[in-house]
Design a protein around this ligand. Sequence first.
Ligand code: ATP
Ligand code: MG
Ligand code: MG
Ligand code: MG
Length: 579
Amino acid sequence: MRLSQFHLHTVKETPAEAEIVSHKLMLKAGMLRKLAAGLYTWSPLGLRVLRKVEAIVREEMDRAGAIELLMPTVQPRELWEETGRWEKFGNQLLKITDRKEADYCYAPTAEEVVTDFARSELASYKQLPLNFYQIQTKFRDEIRPRFGVMRSREFLMKDAYSFDLDDDGMRRSYEAMHAAYVRIFTRLGLRFRAVQADSGAIGGDASQEFHVLADSGEDAIAFSTGSDYAANIETAQAALPGPRPSPGEAMRKLDTPTQKTCEDVAALLGIDLQRTVKSIAVIGADADGKEQFVLALVRGDHDANEIKLAKVEGLANYRMATEAEILAHLGSEPGFLGPVIADGAAAQGARAPKPPIRVVADREVAAMADFVVGANEAGFHLAGVNWGRDLSEPDSVADLRSVVEGDRAADGGELRIVRGIEVGHVFQLGDKYAQAMGCTVLDEHGKPRVLKMGCYGIGISRIVAAAIEQNFDANGILWPDAMAPWRVAVCVINPKRDETVAAAAKALYRELVDAGIETVLDDRGLRPGQMFADIELIGIPHRVVVSDRGLAAGTFEYRARSAEGPENLDREALFARLR
Ligand code: ATP
Ligand code: MG
Ligand code: MG
Ligand code: MG
Protein backbone atom coordinates (compact mmCIF):
# COMPACT_ATOMS: atom_id res chain seq x y z
CA MET A 1 0.00 0.00 0.00
CA ARG A 2 1.15 3.53 -0.81
CA LEU A 3 0.04 6.03 1.83
CA SER A 4 -0.44 8.71 -0.84
CA GLN A 5 -3.24 6.53 -2.19
CA PHE A 6 -4.71 5.53 1.16
CA HIS A 7 -6.99 7.46 3.46
CA LEU A 8 -5.04 8.27 6.64
CA HIS A 9 -6.53 10.98 8.80
CA THR A 10 -4.62 11.61 12.02
CA VAL A 11 -5.38 14.48 14.38
CA LYS A 12 -3.03 16.41 16.67
CA GLU A 13 -5.44 17.41 19.41
CA THR A 14 -6.40 14.91 22.08
CA PRO A 15 -10.16 14.45 21.79
CA ALA A 16 -11.88 15.73 24.93
CA GLU A 17 -14.57 13.06 25.02
CA ALA A 18 -12.09 10.19 25.38
CA GLU A 19 -11.35 9.07 28.93
CA ILE A 20 -8.93 6.22 28.47
CA VAL A 21 -5.79 5.96 26.43
CA SER A 22 -7.03 3.47 23.84
CA HIS A 23 -10.04 5.61 23.00
CA LYS A 24 -7.86 8.71 22.75
CA LEU A 25 -5.30 7.04 20.53
CA MET A 26 -7.85 5.34 18.29
CA LEU A 27 -9.45 8.73 17.64
CA LYS A 28 -6.11 10.52 17.20
CA ALA A 29 -4.87 7.86 14.81
CA GLY A 30 -8.12 8.17 12.89
CA MET A 31 -9.11 4.52 13.36
CA LEU A 32 -12.65 5.31 14.42
CA ARG A 33 -15.31 7.88 13.88
CA LYS A 34 -18.30 8.15 16.20
CA LEU A 35 -21.69 8.08 14.54
CA ALA A 36 -23.88 8.11 17.65
CA ALA A 37 -23.66 6.78 21.22
CA GLY A 38 -21.93 3.41 21.09
CA LEU A 39 -21.88 3.33 17.27
CA TYR A 40 -18.61 3.73 15.37
CA THR A 41 -17.40 3.68 11.80
CA TRP A 42 -14.12 1.82 11.44
CA SER A 43 -11.93 3.84 9.09
CA PRO A 44 -9.79 2.00 6.50
CA LEU A 45 -6.90 2.12 8.99
CA GLY A 46 -8.97 0.84 11.90
CA LEU A 47 -10.48 -1.89 9.78
CA ARG A 48 -7.04 -3.25 8.85
CA VAL A 49 -6.37 -3.88 12.56
CA LEU A 50 -9.83 -5.31 13.20
CA ARG A 51 -9.35 -7.73 10.29
CA LYS A 52 -5.99 -8.86 11.71
CA VAL A 53 -7.65 -9.87 14.96
CA GLU A 54 -10.51 -11.48 13.09
CA ALA A 55 -8.13 -13.52 10.93
CA ILE A 56 -6.23 -14.91 13.91
CA VAL A 57 -9.46 -15.80 15.70
CA ARG A 58 -10.77 -17.50 12.55
CA GLU A 59 -7.54 -19.49 12.01
CA GLU A 60 -7.51 -20.76 15.56
CA MET A 61 -11.21 -21.63 15.56
CA ASP A 62 -10.72 -23.60 12.35
CA ARG A 63 -7.64 -25.29 13.80
CA ALA A 64 -9.66 -26.31 16.86
CA GLY A 65 -12.23 -27.97 14.60
CA ALA A 66 -15.01 -25.38 14.81
CA ILE A 67 -16.98 -24.79 11.60
CA GLU A 68 -17.89 -21.32 10.40
CA LEU A 69 -21.41 -20.29 9.47
CA LEU A 70 -23.22 -16.96 9.38
CA MET A 71 -26.50 -16.24 11.14
CA PRO A 72 -28.77 -13.20 10.75
CA THR A 73 -28.44 -10.24 13.08
CA VAL A 74 -32.22 -9.76 13.12
CA GLN A 75 -33.91 -12.56 15.02
CA PRO A 76 -37.63 -13.35 15.41
CA ARG A 77 -39.27 -12.90 18.79
CA GLU A 78 -40.78 -16.41 18.74
CA LEU A 79 -37.38 -18.06 19.21
CA TRP A 80 -36.60 -15.83 22.18
CA GLU A 81 -40.01 -16.66 23.67
CA GLU A 82 -39.08 -20.35 23.58
CA THR A 83 -36.24 -19.79 26.04
CA GLY A 84 -38.01 -17.04 27.99
CA ARG A 85 -35.25 -14.58 27.15
CA TRP A 86 -37.51 -12.15 25.25
CA GLU A 87 -38.45 -10.84 28.69
CA LYS A 88 -35.52 -12.01 30.78
CA PHE A 89 -32.69 -10.56 28.71
CA GLY A 90 -33.60 -7.06 29.85
CA ASN A 91 -33.06 -3.66 28.35
CA GLN A 92 -29.90 -4.57 26.47
CA LEU A 93 -32.12 -6.35 23.95
CA LEU A 94 -32.98 -4.01 21.10
CA LYS A 95 -36.50 -4.86 19.95
CA ILE A 96 -37.74 -3.97 16.50
CA THR A 97 -41.08 -4.25 14.72
CA ASP A 98 -41.48 -4.75 10.99
CA ARG A 99 -44.22 -3.42 8.69
CA LYS A 100 -46.42 -6.40 9.49
CA GLU A 101 -46.16 -5.61 13.20
CA ALA A 102 -44.04 -8.74 13.78
CA ASP A 103 -41.48 -8.44 16.58
CA TYR A 104 -37.78 -9.04 16.17
CA CYS A 105 -34.63 -8.27 18.10
CA TYR A 106 -31.19 -7.31 16.97
CA ALA A 107 -28.87 -10.14 18.06
CA PRO A 108 -26.94 -9.52 21.28
CA THR A 109 -25.87 -13.21 21.07
CA ALA A 110 -27.15 -16.23 19.16
CA GLU A 111 -27.94 -19.23 21.40
CA GLU A 112 -31.56 -19.34 20.21
CA VAL A 113 -30.78 -19.10 16.51
CA VAL A 114 -27.96 -21.64 16.57
CA THR A 115 -30.05 -24.08 18.63
CA ASP A 116 -32.86 -23.69 16.10
CA PHE A 117 -30.36 -24.43 13.32
CA ALA A 118 -29.06 -27.49 15.16
CA ARG A 119 -32.49 -28.95 15.92
CA SER A 120 -33.43 -28.84 12.27
CA GLU A 121 -30.07 -30.00 10.89
CA LEU A 122 -29.05 -32.71 13.35
CA ALA A 123 -30.76 -36.07 13.62
CA SER A 124 -28.19 -38.61 14.75
CA TYR A 125 -25.44 -38.95 17.36
CA LYS A 126 -23.20 -39.86 14.43
CA GLN A 127 -23.11 -36.21 13.39
CA LEU A 128 -21.59 -35.17 16.73
CA PRO A 129 -19.56 -33.53 18.13
CA LEU A 130 -20.09 -30.25 16.29
CA ASN A 131 -19.03 -26.71 16.99
CA PHE A 132 -20.52 -23.91 14.86
CA TYR A 133 -19.08 -20.42 14.97
CA GLN A 134 -19.60 -17.07 13.32
CA ILE A 135 -17.92 -13.68 13.32
CA GLN A 136 -20.84 -11.34 13.22
CA THR A 137 -22.05 -7.94 14.42
CA LYS A 138 -23.90 -7.84 17.74
CA PHE A 139 -25.96 -5.12 19.31
CA ARG A 140 -26.50 -4.57 23.03
CA ASP A 141 -28.26 -1.48 24.22
CA GLU A 142 -25.65 -0.86 26.93
CA ILE A 143 -26.82 1.46 29.69
CA ARG A 144 -23.60 3.43 29.42
CA PRO A 145 -21.68 2.85 26.22
CA ARG A 146 -18.20 4.30 26.67
CA PHE A 147 -14.49 4.06 26.04
CA GLY A 148 -15.12 3.85 22.29
CA VAL A 149 -15.26 0.30 21.00
CA MET A 150 -14.29 -1.04 24.42
CA ARG A 151 -17.95 -0.87 25.48
CA SER A 152 -19.95 0.06 22.44
CA ARG A 153 -23.50 -0.84 21.54
CA GLU A 154 -22.71 -2.34 18.16
CA PHE A 155 -19.61 -4.51 18.14
CA LEU A 156 -18.01 -7.46 16.41
CA MET A 157 -18.03 -10.74 18.26
CA LYS A 158 -16.88 -14.23 17.46
CA ASP A 159 -19.47 -16.56 18.95
CA ALA A 160 -19.18 -20.35 18.88
CA TYR A 161 -21.61 -23.02 20.06
CA SER A 162 -20.72 -26.67 20.65
CA PHE A 163 -23.13 -29.61 20.51
CA ASP A 164 -22.38 -32.93 22.19
CA LEU A 165 -24.28 -36.04 23.17
CA ASP A 166 -23.20 -36.07 26.81
CA ASP A 167 -21.43 -34.12 29.53
CA ASP A 168 -18.03 -35.69 28.84
CA GLY A 169 -18.26 -34.62 25.23
CA MET A 170 -19.32 -31.13 26.26
CA ARG A 171 -16.32 -30.88 28.59
CA ARG A 172 -13.97 -31.97 25.79
CA SER A 173 -15.44 -29.33 23.47
CA TYR A 174 -15.04 -26.75 26.22
CA GLU A 175 -11.41 -27.70 26.80
CA ALA A 176 -10.70 -27.44 23.08
CA MET A 177 -12.14 -23.92 23.02
CA HIS A 178 -10.23 -22.98 26.14
CA ALA A 179 -7.00 -24.11 24.49
CA ALA A 180 -7.89 -22.21 21.31
CA TYR A 181 -8.43 -19.03 23.33
CA VAL A 182 -5.03 -19.40 24.98
CA ARG A 183 -3.48 -19.71 21.52
CA ILE A 184 -5.43 -16.71 20.19
CA PHE A 185 -4.45 -14.30 22.96
CA THR A 186 -0.85 -15.56 22.91
CA ARG A 187 -0.60 -15.05 19.15
CA LEU A 188 -2.07 -11.57 19.52
CA GLY A 189 0.82 -10.74 21.84
CA LEU A 190 -1.37 -9.81 24.80
CA ARG A 191 -0.75 -10.27 28.52
CA PHE A 192 -3.87 -12.08 29.68
CA ARG A 193 -5.27 -14.37 32.32
CA ALA A 194 -8.11 -16.88 32.33
CA VAL A 195 -10.23 -16.69 35.48
CA GLN A 196 -13.15 -18.59 36.93
CA ALA A 197 -16.40 -16.79 36.37
CA ASP A 198 -19.89 -17.19 37.69
CA SER A 199 -22.03 -19.43 35.53
CA GLY A 200 -25.04 -19.28 37.83
CA ALA A 201 -27.39 -17.18 35.74
CA ILE A 202 -26.67 -19.00 32.48
CA GLY A 203 -26.52 -22.45 34.02
CA GLY A 204 -24.04 -25.24 33.44
CA ASP A 205 -21.04 -26.29 35.44
CA ALA A 206 -18.20 -24.13 34.38
CA SER A 207 -17.41 -20.77 32.96
CA GLN A 208 -14.18 -18.89 32.52
CA GLU A 209 -13.44 -15.37 31.39
CA PHE A 210 -10.30 -14.28 29.59
CA HIS A 211 -9.03 -10.92 30.75
CA VAL A 212 -6.44 -8.68 29.20
CA LEU A 213 -4.60 -7.14 32.17
CA ALA A 214 -4.80 -3.35 32.23
CA ASP A 215 -5.27 -0.69 34.90
CA SER A 216 -8.16 0.81 32.99
CA GLY A 217 -10.05 -2.50 33.04
CA GLU A 218 -13.64 -2.37 34.25
CA ASP A 219 -13.34 -5.72 36.04
CA ALA A 220 -11.27 -6.83 38.99
CA ILE A 221 -9.74 -10.28 39.11
CA ALA A 222 -8.11 -12.12 41.99
CA PHE A 223 -5.30 -14.61 41.58
CA SER A 224 -2.81 -16.42 43.71
CA THR A 225 0.91 -16.14 43.03
CA GLY A 226 1.45 -19.60 44.49
CA SER A 227 -1.22 -21.71 42.80
CA ASP A 228 -3.33 -21.67 39.68
CA TYR A 229 -6.26 -20.08 41.50
CA ALA A 230 -7.69 -17.18 39.50
CA ALA A 231 -11.26 -15.86 39.58
CA ASN A 232 -13.11 -12.71 38.76
CA ILE A 233 -13.83 -10.68 41.84
CA GLU A 234 -17.53 -11.55 41.99
CA THR A 235 -16.77 -15.26 41.92
CA ALA A 236 -13.98 -14.92 44.47
CA GLN A 237 -16.22 -12.96 46.79
CA ALA A 238 -19.17 -15.26 46.35
CA ALA A 239 -16.93 -17.94 47.81
CA LEU A 240 -16.43 -15.96 50.99
CA PRO A 241 -18.13 -17.36 54.06
CA GLY A 242 -20.88 -15.42 55.78
CA PRO A 243 -23.95 -13.58 54.57
CA ARG A 244 -23.82 -10.42 52.55
CA PRO A 245 -24.28 -7.46 54.94
CA SER A 246 -27.33 -5.31 54.52
CA PRO A 247 -26.95 -1.80 53.14
CA GLY A 248 -27.47 -0.51 56.63
CA GLU A 249 -24.54 -2.49 57.94
CA ALA A 250 -22.42 -1.32 55.07
CA MET A 251 -23.44 2.20 55.92
CA ARG A 252 -22.37 1.84 59.53
CA LYS A 253 -18.89 0.95 58.39
CA LEU A 254 -18.48 4.57 57.51
CA ASP A 255 -18.20 5.52 61.08
CA THR A 256 -15.70 2.92 62.08
CA PRO A 257 -11.95 3.42 62.37
CA THR A 258 -11.59 1.69 59.02
CA GLN A 259 -12.76 4.79 57.21
CA LYS A 260 -10.60 5.60 54.27
CA THR A 261 -9.90 8.73 52.41
CA CYS A 262 -10.77 8.98 48.79
CA GLU A 263 -7.12 8.39 47.88
CA ASP A 264 -6.84 5.35 50.13
CA VAL A 265 -9.83 3.67 48.63
CA ALA A 266 -8.77 4.54 45.14
CA ALA A 267 -5.24 3.28 45.73
CA LEU A 268 -6.50 0.03 47.20
CA LEU A 269 -8.87 -0.51 44.33
CA GLY A 270 -6.31 0.55 41.79
CA ILE A 271 -8.43 3.39 40.48
CA ASP A 272 -6.95 6.43 38.82
CA LEU A 273 -8.45 9.47 40.51
CA GLN A 274 -7.43 11.79 37.74
CA ARG A 275 -9.42 9.95 35.16
CA THR A 276 -12.45 12.00 34.32
CA VAL A 277 -15.83 10.87 35.42
CA LYS A 278 -18.63 12.88 34.06
CA SER A 279 -21.79 12.70 36.07
CA ILE A 280 -22.50 13.70 39.62
CA ALA A 281 -23.39 10.60 41.49
CA VAL A 282 -22.75 11.30 45.13
CA ILE A 283 -23.40 14.52 46.88
CA GLY A 284 -22.94 15.31 50.51
CA ALA A 285 -24.48 17.99 52.61
CA ASP A 286 -23.67 19.07 56.13
CA ALA A 287 -25.87 18.31 59.11
CA ASP A 288 -28.36 21.13 58.82
CA GLY A 289 -28.48 20.72 55.09
CA LYS A 290 -27.47 24.27 54.35
CA GLU A 291 -24.12 23.74 52.86
CA GLN A 292 -24.07 21.55 49.82
CA PHE A 293 -20.95 20.32 48.23
CA VAL A 294 -19.95 17.77 45.76
CA LEU A 295 -18.26 15.17 47.86
CA ALA A 296 -17.03 12.88 45.20
CA LEU A 297 -18.04 11.72 41.86
CA VAL A 298 -18.82 8.07 41.69
CA ARG A 299 -19.88 6.34 38.58
CA GLY A 300 -21.21 2.87 38.87
CA ASP A 301 -22.25 0.79 35.97
CA HIS A 302 -24.64 -1.77 37.29
CA ASP A 303 -24.18 -3.88 34.26
CA ALA A 304 -20.44 -3.88 34.09
CA ASN A 305 -19.74 -4.16 37.81
CA GLU A 306 -17.45 -1.28 37.43
CA ILE A 307 -16.78 1.56 39.77
CA LYS A 308 -14.86 4.68 39.10
CA LEU A 309 -14.15 7.28 41.69
CA ALA A 310 -12.79 10.69 41.23
CA LYS A 311 -12.14 13.50 43.59
CA VAL A 312 -13.67 16.85 42.83
CA GLU A 313 -10.29 18.43 42.42
CA GLY A 314 -8.74 17.51 39.14
CA LEU A 315 -12.05 17.06 37.41
CA ALA A 316 -13.14 19.19 34.56
CA ASN A 317 -16.71 18.06 34.23
CA TYR A 318 -18.81 18.52 37.29
CA ARG A 319 -21.27 20.93 38.67
CA MET A 320 -22.63 21.61 42.08
CA ALA A 321 -26.08 20.35 42.76
CA THR A 322 -28.47 22.25 44.98
CA GLU A 323 -30.13 20.53 47.87
CA ALA A 324 -33.45 20.96 46.13
CA GLU A 325 -32.13 18.97 43.22
CA ILE A 326 -30.82 16.28 45.52
CA LEU A 327 -34.10 16.01 47.35
CA ALA A 328 -36.04 16.04 44.13
CA HIS A 329 -33.91 13.19 42.91
CA LEU A 330 -34.32 11.23 46.11
CA GLY A 331 -37.98 12.01 46.43
CA SER A 332 -38.69 10.72 43.00
CA GLU A 333 -36.86 7.50 43.67
CA PRO A 334 -37.77 6.02 46.99
CA GLY A 335 -36.76 2.46 47.70
CA PHE A 336 -33.16 1.87 48.50
CA LEU A 337 -32.12 5.38 49.29
CA GLY A 338 -34.43 5.82 52.23
CA PRO A 339 -32.92 3.12 54.42
CA VAL A 340 -29.40 4.22 53.56
CA ILE A 341 -30.03 7.69 54.76
CA ALA A 342 -32.02 6.59 57.78
CA ASP A 343 -29.43 4.03 58.82
CA GLY A 344 -26.68 6.53 58.38
CA ALA A 345 -28.43 9.02 60.60
CA ALA A 346 -29.20 6.37 63.20
CA ALA A 347 -25.63 5.18 63.26
CA GLN A 348 -24.48 8.71 63.79
CA GLY A 349 -27.07 9.51 66.42
CA ALA A 350 -25.81 6.70 68.58
CA ARG A 351 -22.33 8.09 68.48
CA ALA A 352 -22.75 11.64 69.65
CA PRO A 353 -20.93 13.96 70.07
CA LYS A 354 -19.41 13.31 66.66
CA PRO A 355 -20.92 15.54 64.02
CA PRO A 356 -23.73 13.84 62.17
CA ILE A 357 -23.30 12.54 58.70
CA ARG A 358 -25.79 12.77 55.92
CA VAL A 359 -25.25 10.63 52.97
CA VAL A 360 -26.90 10.54 49.65
CA ALA A 361 -26.00 8.17 46.93
CA ASP A 362 -26.83 7.93 43.33
CA ARG A 363 -29.65 5.56 42.58
CA GLU A 364 -27.56 3.23 40.44
CA VAL A 365 -24.70 3.13 42.88
CA ALA A 366 -26.99 2.62 45.81
CA ALA A 367 -28.92 -0.07 44.04
CA MET A 368 -25.89 -2.25 43.83
CA ALA A 369 -24.63 -1.25 47.27
CA ASP A 370 -21.12 -1.12 46.00
CA PHE A 371 -20.18 2.20 47.41
CA VAL A 372 -21.49 4.34 50.17
CA VAL A 373 -20.05 7.66 50.96
CA GLY A 374 -20.15 9.81 54.02
CA ALA A 375 -18.85 13.12 55.18
CA ASN A 376 -18.52 14.94 58.47
CA GLU A 377 -16.62 17.97 59.57
CA ALA A 378 -13.47 15.95 59.93
CA GLY A 379 -13.36 15.50 56.21
CA PHE A 380 -14.63 13.38 53.39
CA HIS A 381 -14.76 9.69 53.89
CA LEU A 382 -15.42 6.98 51.44
CA ALA A 383 -15.96 3.34 51.99
CA GLY A 384 -15.88 0.94 49.14
CA VAL A 385 -18.28 -1.89 49.65
CA ASN A 386 -18.54 -4.46 46.94
CA TRP A 387 -21.12 -7.13 47.51
CA GLY A 388 -21.06 -6.02 51.06
CA ARG A 389 -17.34 -6.67 51.42
CA ASP A 390 -15.07 -3.75 51.90
CA LEU A 391 -12.27 -4.31 49.47
CA SER A 392 -10.37 -1.45 50.97
CA GLU A 393 -9.94 -3.32 54.20
CA PRO A 394 -6.99 -5.64 54.49
CA ASP A 395 -9.41 -7.95 56.30
CA SER A 396 -11.31 -8.94 53.26
CA VAL A 397 -8.18 -9.55 51.26
CA ALA A 398 -7.15 -11.85 54.08
CA ASP A 399 -10.61 -13.43 53.90
CA LEU A 400 -10.17 -14.00 50.23
CA ARG A 401 -6.77 -15.51 50.79
CA SER A 402 -8.15 -17.89 53.38
CA VAL A 403 -10.75 -19.00 50.88
CA VAL A 404 -8.14 -19.59 48.24
CA GLU A 405 -5.98 -21.54 50.62
CA GLY A 406 -8.99 -23.41 52.12
CA ASP A 407 -10.09 -24.56 48.47
CA ARG A 408 -6.71 -25.53 47.78
CA ALA A 409 -3.65 -26.70 49.64
CA ALA A 410 -1.90 -23.71 51.24
CA ASP A 411 0.53 -22.68 48.60
CA GLY A 412 2.49 -19.97 50.36
CA GLY A 413 1.49 -17.66 47.57
CA GLU A 414 0.04 -14.22 47.77
CA LEU A 415 -3.41 -13.19 46.64
CA ARG A 416 -3.29 -10.32 44.19
CA ILE A 417 -6.15 -8.27 42.90
CA VAL A 418 -5.60 -6.60 39.54
CA ARG A 419 -7.81 -5.02 36.93
CA GLY A 420 -8.73 -6.66 33.66
CA ILE A 421 -10.70 -6.22 30.46
CA GLU A 422 -12.98 -9.14 29.60
CA VAL A 423 -12.12 -10.11 26.04
CA GLY A 424 -13.43 -13.65 25.98
CA HIS A 425 -15.83 -15.91 27.82
CA VAL A 426 -16.34 -19.67 27.64
CA PHE A 427 -19.37 -21.46 29.11
CA GLN A 428 -20.60 -24.97 29.64
CA LEU A 429 -24.33 -24.57 29.10
CA GLY A 430 -25.46 -28.14 29.67
CA ASP A 431 -28.97 -28.74 28.31
CA LYS A 432 -30.38 -25.31 29.20
CA TYR A 433 -31.12 -24.17 25.63
CA ALA A 434 -31.40 -27.60 24.02
CA GLN A 435 -34.04 -28.65 26.55
CA ALA A 436 -36.10 -25.47 26.22
CA MET A 437 -36.02 -25.66 22.42
CA GLY A 438 -36.25 -29.42 21.97
CA CYS A 439 -32.88 -29.90 20.34
CA THR A 440 -32.37 -33.66 20.30
CA VAL A 441 -30.73 -36.42 18.24
CA LEU A 442 -31.19 -40.18 18.30
CA ASP A 443 -28.50 -42.04 20.24
CA GLU A 444 -27.03 -45.44 19.36
CA HIS A 445 -30.14 -47.16 20.79
CA GLY A 446 -32.47 -45.02 18.70
CA LYS A 447 -33.58 -42.98 21.74
CA PRO A 448 -33.90 -39.18 21.51
CA ARG A 449 -31.30 -37.37 23.63
CA VAL A 450 -31.22 -33.68 24.52
CA LEU A 451 -27.89 -32.21 23.40
CA LYS A 452 -25.29 -30.69 25.72
CA MET A 453 -24.05 -27.32 24.62
CA GLY A 454 -21.26 -24.88 25.27
CA CYS A 455 -20.95 -21.28 24.13
CA TYR A 456 -17.80 -19.29 23.56
CA GLY A 457 -17.52 -15.56 22.87
CA ILE A 458 -14.65 -13.29 21.90
CA GLY A 459 -14.97 -9.51 21.64
CA ILE A 460 -13.07 -8.89 18.41
CA SER A 461 -13.54 -5.12 18.38
CA ARG A 462 -12.90 -4.84 22.13
CA ILE A 463 -9.57 -6.65 21.67
CA VAL A 464 -8.32 -3.83 19.42
CA ALA A 465 -8.88 -1.30 22.21
CA ALA A 466 -7.61 -3.65 24.93
CA ALA A 467 -4.35 -4.21 23.05
CA ILE A 468 -3.70 -0.47 23.01
CA GLU A 469 -4.29 -0.24 26.76
CA GLN A 470 -1.30 -2.57 27.11
CA ASN A 471 0.85 -1.17 24.32
CA PHE A 472 1.37 2.57 24.02
CA ASP A 473 3.82 5.34 24.82
CA ALA A 474 3.81 9.13 24.73
CA ASN A 475 3.96 9.12 20.93
CA GLY A 476 1.14 6.71 20.25
CA ILE A 477 0.28 3.07 19.76
CA LEU A 478 2.81 0.21 19.86
CA TRP A 479 1.03 -2.61 18.04
CA PRO A 480 2.17 -6.13 18.63
CA ASP A 481 3.36 -7.30 15.18
CA ALA A 482 0.34 -9.58 14.79
CA MET A 483 -2.15 -6.72 15.02
CA ALA A 484 -0.34 -3.88 13.26
CA PRO A 485 -2.06 -2.33 10.22
CA TRP A 486 1.27 -2.88 8.43
CA ARG A 487 4.45 -4.39 9.89
CA VAL A 488 6.86 -2.06 8.12
CA ALA A 489 6.70 1.56 6.98
CA VAL A 490 9.17 2.76 4.36
CA CYS A 491 9.47 6.53 4.78
CA VAL A 492 10.85 8.62 1.94
CA ILE A 493 12.61 11.89 2.67
CA ASN A 494 11.82 14.55 0.08
CA PRO A 495 10.42 12.26 -2.63
CA LYS A 496 9.33 15.20 -4.73
CA ARG A 497 12.69 16.96 -4.66
CA ASP A 498 14.84 13.92 -5.12
CA GLU A 499 13.81 11.40 -7.75
CA THR A 500 16.64 8.96 -7.01
CA VAL A 501 15.50 8.71 -3.39
CA ALA A 502 11.88 8.25 -4.45
CA ALA A 503 12.86 5.50 -6.89
CA ALA A 504 15.08 3.73 -4.35
CA ALA A 505 12.29 3.81 -1.76
CA LYS A 506 9.80 2.39 -4.24
CA ALA A 507 12.23 -0.37 -5.18
CA LEU A 508 12.82 -1.26 -1.53
CA TYR A 509 9.07 -1.25 -0.89
CA ARG A 510 8.50 -3.61 -3.86
CA GLU A 511 11.24 -5.93 -2.67
CA LEU A 512 9.82 -6.10 0.83
CA VAL A 513 6.31 -6.78 -0.45
CA ASP A 514 7.63 -9.46 -2.80
CA ALA A 515 9.43 -11.06 0.15
CA GLY A 516 6.03 -11.36 1.86
CA ILE A 517 6.71 -8.59 4.36
CA GLU A 518 3.63 -6.43 4.83
CA THR A 519 4.81 -2.91 4.08
CA VAL A 520 3.38 0.55 3.56
CA LEU A 521 5.23 3.20 1.59
CA ASP A 522 4.93 6.69 3.05
CA ASP A 523 5.26 8.67 -0.15
CA ARG A 524 3.01 11.54 0.92
CA GLY A 525 5.91 13.99 0.78
CA LEU A 526 5.36 15.28 4.33
CA ARG A 527 8.13 16.91 6.34
CA PRO A 528 10.10 14.18 8.17
CA GLY A 529 8.88 15.27 11.63
CA GLN A 530 5.24 15.10 10.59
CA MET A 531 5.69 11.82 8.76
CA PHE A 532 7.48 10.13 11.68
CA ALA A 533 4.88 11.43 14.15
CA ASP A 534 2.10 9.81 12.10
CA ILE A 535 3.93 6.52 11.69
CA GLU A 536 4.60 6.39 15.44
CA LEU A 537 1.05 7.41 16.35
CA ILE A 538 -0.51 4.66 14.23
CA GLY A 539 1.92 2.20 15.79
CA ILE A 540 3.81 0.67 12.85
CA PRO A 541 6.31 -1.72 14.51
CA HIS A 542 9.20 -1.22 12.07
CA ARG A 543 10.25 1.99 10.31
CA VAL A 544 12.77 2.27 7.48
CA VAL A 545 13.89 5.71 6.28
CA VAL A 546 15.24 6.17 2.77
CA SER A 547 17.24 9.39 2.37
CA ASP A 548 19.95 10.71 0.03
CA ARG A 549 22.48 10.54 2.86
CA GLY A 550 21.69 6.89 3.54
CA LEU A 551 21.78 5.98 -0.13
CA ALA A 552 25.20 7.61 -0.45
CA ALA A 553 26.46 5.50 2.47
CA GLY A 554 24.70 2.37 1.18
CA THR A 555 22.44 2.09 4.23
CA PHE A 556 18.86 2.47 5.37
CA GLU A 557 17.89 3.94 8.71
CA TYR A 558 15.98 1.31 10.67
CA ARG A 559 14.07 1.78 13.89
CA ALA A 560 11.86 -0.60 15.82
CA ARG A 561 8.87 1.30 17.27
CA SER A 562 9.86 0.41 20.82
CA ALA A 563 13.63 0.95 20.40
CA GLU A 564 15.55 3.86 21.90
CA GLY A 565 16.96 5.11 18.63
CA PRO A 566 17.61 4.29 14.98
CA GLU A 567 20.47 2.27 13.48
CA ASN A 568 21.92 2.29 9.98
CA LEU A 569 21.76 -1.09 8.28
CA ASP A 570 22.77 -2.27 4.86
CA ARG A 571 20.22 -4.04 2.70
CA GLU A 572 21.10 -7.53 3.88
CA ALA A 573 21.05 -6.66 7.58
CA LEU A 574 17.75 -4.84 7.09
CA PHE A 575 16.08 -7.85 5.49
CA ALA A 576 17.45 -10.11 8.18
CA ARG A 577 15.86 -7.83 10.77
CA LEU A 578 12.48 -7.69 9.08
CA ARG A 579 12.03 -11.29 8.09
P1 ATP B 1 -19.19 -7.29 29.91
O1 ATP B 1 -19.09 -7.98 31.25
O2 ATP B 1 -17.97 -6.52 29.56
O3 ATP B 1 -20.48 -6.51 29.75
P2 ATP B 1 -20.36 -9.64 28.88
O4 ATP B 1 -19.97 -10.61 29.96
O5 ATP B 1 -21.72 -9.04 28.93
O6 ATP B 1 -19.26 -8.47 28.80
P3 ATP B 1 -20.42 -11.80 26.98
O7 ATP B 1 -21.88 -12.00 26.92
O8 ATP B 1 -19.60 -12.76 27.76
O9 ATP B 1 -20.11 -10.28 27.43
O10 ATP B 1 -19.91 -11.68 25.45
C1 ATP B 1 -18.68 -12.20 24.95
C2 ATP B 1 -17.66 -11.11 24.70
O11 ATP B 1 -18.17 -10.03 23.93
C3 ATP B 1 -17.17 -10.44 25.97
O12 ATP B 1 -16.20 -11.24 26.61
C4 ATP B 1 -16.58 -9.14 25.43
O13 ATP B 1 -15.26 -9.35 24.97
C5 ATP B 1 -17.47 -8.83 24.25
N1 ATP B 1 -18.42 -7.76 24.59
C6 ATP B 1 -19.52 -7.85 25.36
N2 ATP B 1 -20.17 -6.68 25.44
C7 ATP B 1 -19.45 -5.80 24.68
C8 ATP B 1 -19.61 -4.42 24.35
N3 ATP B 1 -20.64 -3.72 24.81
N4 ATP B 1 -18.69 -3.84 23.54
C9 ATP B 1 -17.65 -4.55 23.05
N5 ATP B 1 -17.46 -5.86 23.33
C10 ATP B 1 -18.34 -6.48 24.13
MG1 MG C 1 -22.39 -7.16 29.40
MG1 MG D 1 -18.93 -9.99 31.78
MG1 MG E 1 -19.08 -12.45 29.79
